[in-house]
Design a protein around this ligand. Structure first.
Ligand SMILES: C[S@@+](CC[C@H](N)C(=O)[O-])C[C@H]1O[C@@H](n2cnc3c(N)ncnc32)[C@H](O)[C@@H]1O
Length: 244
């Protein structure tokens, strides 16, 4: 598979301590993982594996799928669990059987695939009837879509040239790090805030969904919405049950 955007800037942050990852985890995600004791959990677009950490304590079988080899290599070293299998694969054509998993996690992924509906349907396909999908997607109505579209477009253009990338690395990445240092409680290294910066502004594909958009996908796939969490962040969270 060719090198992806997330191979050069894996979504790696908060990985200095596993405790910190758990502290910052969405409580709904924690809950569905706990409910999956002794079952199969699949994290599609697992990245560097932050959601695999807690899952590995509960799942009997745990699969992480991602398009980025670099991210999977990081996850392998970071988690070191016997019940974990890491698979290089595309969310748009997940290399797993139908009706396979009790819980599917899709945390901040399908909006980066270029075909959100197909990526969503693939997650549902590999779910067992009655199984749960934890889905976190970017909100449509917030300031972030505006920043991505109108400030991000300028940064993505700049990043296309060597000089532009030099400017980004030495000004924007540093300013972004300082903002985290001053305004955020969680103290992150510059490598971590750099990866967040790239994920937010330089990532080549990001789409934004309203609750209504996701409600339509849920209806069309004959699933039901168990829980909705608007959250305070850029993503909203859906706990979706596949029809029996
Ligand atoms: C923002 S990161 C989120 C990673 C992880 N879910 C987390 O919460 O830490 C997005 C991840 O989706 C992966 N990704 C993007 N498009 C993908 C696709 N078509 N198939 C599989 N993974 C994909 C990227 O490689 C990256 O690791």
């Amino acid at each position: 598979m060719e090198k992806t955007f997330y191979d050069s800037t894996p979504f790696e942050y908060g990985y200095s301590s596993k405790e910190e990852i758990l502290e910052n985890m969405n409580s709904n995600l924690k809950e569905v993982i706990e409910r999956s004791y002794g079952k199969t959990i699949t994290d599609v677009g697992c990245g560097c594996g932050r959601n695999l950490v807690y899952s590995s304590k509960f799942a009997q079988k745990l699969i992480g799928v991602d398009l980025s080899r670099q991210s999977l290599d990081f996850a392998k070293k970071f988690i070191q669990s016997k019940n974990l299998e890491l698979v290089l694969g595309n969310n748009l054509d997940i290399p797993l059987k139908d009706n396979f998993s009790d819980l599917v996690i899709s945390d901040g992924v399908i909006h980066h695939t270029g075909d959100t509906v197909r990526a969503f349907n693939e997650c549902i396909r590999i779910l067992k009837p009655g199984g749960l999908l934890y889905l976190a997607v970017y909100k449509k109505y917030r300031y972030y879509p505006f920043l991505y579209k109108y400030i991000g477009v300028f940064l993505r253009l700049l990043n296309k040239t060597k000089v532009g990338n030099f400017i980004i690395e030495n000004t924007f990445v540093v300013l972004h790090f300082l903002m985290y240092k001053i305004f955020r409680k969680q103290k992150l290294s510059i490598k971590e805030t750099r990866n967040i910066f790239y994920d937010y502004f330089i990532t080549p594909i990001a789409t934004f969904q309203s609750k209504k958009d996701v409600d339509i996908w849920i209806n069309d796939s004959k699933c039901t919405l168990e829980k909705y969490d608007r959250t305070n962040g850029n993503c909203h969270v859906f706990i979706i049950k596949k029809g029996e």
